[in-house]
Design a binder for this molecule. Sequence first.
Ligand code: NDP
Length: 276
Amino acid sequence: MPKTITDTVALSNGVEMPWEGFGVFQMEPGPVTQNAVEKALKVGYRHVDTASLYANEKEVGAALKASRIPRKEVFITTKVWNTDLGYDATLKAFEISLQLLDMDYIDLYLVHWPVKGKYLDTWKALEKLYRDGAVKAIGISNFMVHQMQDVLEACEIKPMVNQCEYHPLYQRREIHQYCIENQIQFEAWAPLGQGRALDISEVLEIAAKNGKSPAQVLLRWDLQNEVVTIPKSITPARIIENSKIFDFELSGEDMARINNLNEEEHTLDYPADCGY
Ligand code: NDP
């Protein structure tokens, strides 16, 4: 079990990925993102999750520079958006992300959504970037089991990560299990259910019992399920709160109560063009 916010999991290719990262979706570009990422780095996060869609890669890169933390000590994820899928378009989109981040490599590059008919060519582009050393690891996001099967059948290099919506109300059991069986690290987006999972009465009770906040309970539940987690906040006190999840342990009974909350509901309208 990780003991500090810098502790990592080894991906299938040996690259070390911190168990907890800092998400920046729906974070306004400009000072809002830059201040939040600087704060996160200052309080110990060493992993930031952005995407070209979020339009704040530039601020993520600027925050890392301002922090003066060496590049190699921070794990940066970004993603190729649906309109840039396909082999050539992905290579081009990657260059733009790299320039905006002002970095010479990315730690993890993800296919943001499995758009039907496009994700296999996109995967070939990610394999090229990986072989060229431009990315340390490659992965997928929002892929269901049949889409992961497609990729595994066609690929030369297996995805190292699948990042999916995951919180107690939406536990993605089939996808998670398939990832475990195929050495694909499972990563949770919306680990707080975008706020919705914070008010569940069982979570409130477990938080009170452990002397922790509901957010800390949700994030700790991820760690104990061996799921990488990337909460987002622009609020300094919450950025700190969300980082303090390494000094307590949920009992088997608490874990089971949270496991029982699964409703397989989801929070976002998934992009229509994915063709699920
Ligand atoms: P989260 O589950 O992280 O929830 C974020 C919301 O919770 C914000 O409104 C935030 O408010 C609030 N919050 C954060 N901490 C606390 C706290 N301690 N107490 C109370 N409220 C809190 O949702 P996200 O959608 O942001 O998911 C996390 C990350 O996952 C994203 O930022 C992004 O990096 C990634 N992601 C990936 C997707 C994909 O398709 N691959 C899709 C969606 C997200 P405030 O900021 O005001 O403090």
